[in-house]
Write a protein that binds this ligand. Structure first.
Ligand SMILES: NC(=O)c1ccc[n+]([C@@H]2O[C@H](COP(=O)([O-])OP(=O)(O)OC[C@H]3O[C@@H](n4cnc5c(N)ncnc54)[C@H](OP(=O)(O)O)[C@@H]3O)[C@@H](O)[C@H]2O)c1
Length: 296
């Protein structure tokens, strides 16, 4: 228990979301002239009048993050802790989460908990332990790509479909169900999922990643449904995407081919800024990393 202190679619090569094992396909799709290494400077997100009424999540807020041991989940944990929030940082294997454990050892605001998002009994057990804990932001970050070689038409691996859907869709929805009362009892009342522009039907370019794309499209639909359901109760539901980010999601050898790939601190900071922008009025929005709205 934590003490409460209370656009356009991007071109394929341009920081679209690439995933483990997908980069081979992606690189083939890019063409050498488009392939370009390196991060870029980003334009600041333009704030609307409505954004100015949104409250940044920081000091005293409580945040539950899934997949907090590495990649973007670790970076969310680090940056929200720097803002003074208290983090319930979940990991499938906390005993191996050395970097997260070291961060938690230095910061009393971070509590590490074991959680596999496909283990629904485990989710219920964690929710039972935190039953009286308001949670300002439920951050469904954990996700898998499923490896592109399992997702080629003609050679589709249907077991991979089950795994990808279990982690990327059922996991976040089970989390939202299990922790809905915690979120409702909080000040900020936000449930956010890390999605991907690969889930945008309007943005499909080269055919690839059938299961991953389907999972993120399904996640988007579920979250928009939830937004409609919970708006009356002033619970805010949102979707964010980091754009292509140099985590384990994209093997190192492929990163150079992705134009404008970002480092996790920049990508997490962008998503955090966008999460701040969610309000009851814009609930259900899917913000791209640059603050634009991802087309459906
Ligand atoms: N990186 C990108 O370019 C990119 C682009 C668009 C969207 N995204 C999305 O961003 C999110 C985070 O990705 P990332 O780049 O940080 O990837 P990552 O470095 O591969 O990290 C994935 C995280 O998810 C966790 N995870 C996987 N299966 C899980 C399960 N069953 N239960 C609980 N946790 C589980 C992993 O834990 P283990 O260490 O135990 O495996 C790890 O902490 C994902 O939803 C992904 O789809 C990433």
């Amino acid at each position: 228990m934590i003490d409460r202190k209370d656009k356009k679619p991007e071109a394929v090569a341009d920081r679209r979301d690439f995933i483990t094992g997908a980069a081979g396909l992606a690189v083939a799709a890019l063409g050498a002239s488009q392939a370009q290494a390196g991060a870029h400077q980003r334009a600041p997100i333009k704030l609307t009048a409505e954004d100015k009424t949104a409250k940044p999540i920081g000091e005293g807020a409580v945040i539950l993050v899934t997949g907090a041991n590495r990649g973007l989940g670790l970076e969310f944990t680090r940056q929200y802790a720097e803002r003074g929030a208290r983090i319930i940082a979940t990991a499938r294997k906390p005993e191996k989460a050395d970097v997260l454990n070291a961060l938690a050892a230095d910061n009393k605001n971070i509590t590490v908990e074991q959680l596999d998002v496909t283990d629904h009994a485990g989710i219920d057990a964690l929710a039972a332990r935190y039953v009286d804990q308001p949670i300002d932001l439920l951050l469904n970050n954990a996700g898998i790509g499923g490896n592109s070689s399992n997702q080629i038409f003609g050679r589709l691996n249907f077991e991979t479909f089950e795994q990808v859907m279990a982690v990327n869709v059922q996991g976040p929805m089970k989390m939202c169900e299990a922790f809905r009362k915690n979120v409702r009892a909080s000040d900020h009342k936000k449930m956010v999922a890390v999605s991907s522009s690969q889930g945008s039907i309007a943005s499909v370019g080269s055919p690839m990643l059938y299961w991953y794309r389907a999972s993120k499209a399904a996640l988007n639909m579920c979250m928009v449904n939830l937004a409609a359901q919970l708006q009356r109760r002033k619970v805010i539901v949102g979707l964010v995407t980091p754009g292509a980010t140099a985590t384990d999601f994209i093997p190192e050898q492929f990163r150079k081919a992705i134009k404008s790939i970002q480092e996790p601190p920049v990508a997490a900071a962008d998503m955090i800024r966008n999460i701040d922008r969610f309000t009851v009025a814009n609930t259900g929005t899917f913000f791209n990393y640059d603050g634009t709205i991802v087309p459906w």
